[in-house]
Design a protein around this ligand. Structure first.
Ligand code: FAD
Length: 392
């Protein structure tokens, strides 16, 4: 470890590794640090990603793909099934990843591009001089160090502290957090080419249960419920109930718990000398809770803006504003749209969900995108148009 770098990236998740790779490839001197001793472990993720978006960042590799999806099935509370399959929609679906290997592969790509990667290295604070971030304090193998840099990227995930250290308000109210619990189970006995979603206020209040294939008859079975609607319900109890009823042969071989912020975008993700990306910038999707691709997209934009800023010799918010503008035009717009849809859906009763599912079950989807699903919904259910008018 040197005393000074062009760029320090905190956190080797998908967002941090892509940011580090992008900047290192352009010749910046980059340090990527990760507090855990093994990148990607433990994971807190159902590991589903869209194929097309993933391929914009990395060539798919069978070593970290557990399942190549052909479609998904959504079940309403009364058991009505809506199927969206590749052959019906004609588009690519997605993968279920092995993130322990995937996250490591991404960090490896940043190392190949020239970044220095350090594990078991925790950022403990920022160095701020003249209202500008100019490095970090870190702890490595029990020793404290100060390392300076022209820019810091905070990619330290859901429990991010980096933004707060820089005076950015990244707080999320407990009511706006989707609380999740998930098991990896063997003996899943599901079609390994399909994802399954179960809706209903009894099984998952203002949320859903997911069932994602992991290959070899294994699956991630998880639940996410919204803080503001969960009441006395504990996600783990609801998940146990679901498994007992629907997957009697399943054997639990791993468990994760975690939270996903679903409150939409925050006001600011930059400060002088600092950018936040991924979950640290609250960039996950309010409906699906998905954040891998958004983190990677944001990491790429932040890496590119860091290169420009350093070449220009200006790390102030005036230059870093380009990051803020670019991610809001793309990722931000999708998050805003999802938030409008989420606000509508969380107030649905089980009857609403059943009638919606019934009106959709014979629809021929022309693609798998959220927008196409919405268009189908509008046609089937005119009263939704008013609630979702903000999308147009
Ligand atoms: P992370 O992947 O969280 O990476 C942050 C990294 O920073 C971690 O490795 C952490 O150890 C490190 N770090 C933290 N603090 C420090 C520090 N002080 N110093 C050094 N390192 C530090 N998204 C999807 O797209 N698809 C899904 O199917 C999906 N399922 C999910 C299921 C659950 C139960 C949960 C909780 C989340 C799920 N998500 C899913 C969300 C997804 O996991 C995140 O959005 C994604 O990992 C965000 O990437 P990131 O790089 O921003 O942060």
């Amino acid at each position: 470890m040197k005393k000074e770098y062009d760029l320090i990236v905190i956190g080797a998740g998908p967002g941090g590794s892509i940011a580090a790779k992008t900047a290192a490839k352009e010749g910046l001197d980059v340090l990527l640090i990760e507090k855990r001793q093994e990148i990607g472990d433990p994971i807190r993720c159902a590991e589903g990603v869209g194929k097309y978006n993933l391929k914009q960042h990395i060539e798919p590799d069978p070593r970290w793909i557990c399942a190549d999806l052909k479609g998904s099935c959504i079940f309403s509370p009364d058991g009505t099934e809506i199927e969206m399959a590749e052959e019906i929609a004609g588009g690519e679906v997605g993968y279920v990843l092995e993130r322990k290997i995937f996250d490591r592969a991404l960090a490896n790509e940043s190392a190949i591009a020239g970044a220095e990667v350090m594990v078991k290295t925790r950022a403990t604070d920022l160095i701020i001089e003249n209202e500008t971030v100019c490095g970090i304090k870190l702890m490595h193998m029990g020793e404290e160090y100060e390392v300076r840099s022209k820019i810091v990227i905070g990619a330290d995930g859901m429990e991010s502290k980096v933004g707060r250290w820089a005076g950015i308000d990244t707080s999320v109210k407990p009511a706006d957090i989707e609380t999740c619990a998930q098991y990896l189970v063997s003996n899943a006995n599901i079609d390994q080419e399909f994802c399954y979603f179960y809706l209903g206020n009894e099984i998952a209040p203002a949320g859903y249960i997911w069932l994602f294939p992991k290959g070899g008859n294994k699956a991630n079975v998880g639940i996410g419920i919204l803080g503001s609607k969960s009441g006395e319900n504990r996600p783990i109890d609801l998940l146990n109930e679901f498994i007992e009823k629907n997957m009697p042969d399943a054997k639990i071989i791993e468990m994760v718990v975690g939270g996903v912020p679903v409150s939409g975008t925050i006001d600011r993700t930059i400060a002088n000398g600092l950018m936040l990306v991924g979950d640290a910038a609250r960039q996950s999707d309010p409906i699906t809770g998905g954040g891998i691709i958004n983190a990677m997209d944001a990491g790429k934009i932040a890496g590119e803006v860091a290169v420009k800023a350093i070449r220009k010799g200006d790390n102030s918010t005036t230059t870093l504003q380009e990051y803020e503008d670019l991610w809001r035009e793309t990722i931000g717009r999708e998050i805003d749209n999802s938030l409008i849809v989420k606000e509508t859906f969380v107030n649905f009763t089980d009857e609403d969900l059943n009638s919606l599912a019934n009106s959709l079950k014979n629809v021929n989807f022309t693609s798998m995108s959220l927008l196409d699903l919405l268009l189908a919904l509008f046609k089937a259910n005119k009263k939704l148009l008013w609630n979702l008018r903000g999308l147009f």
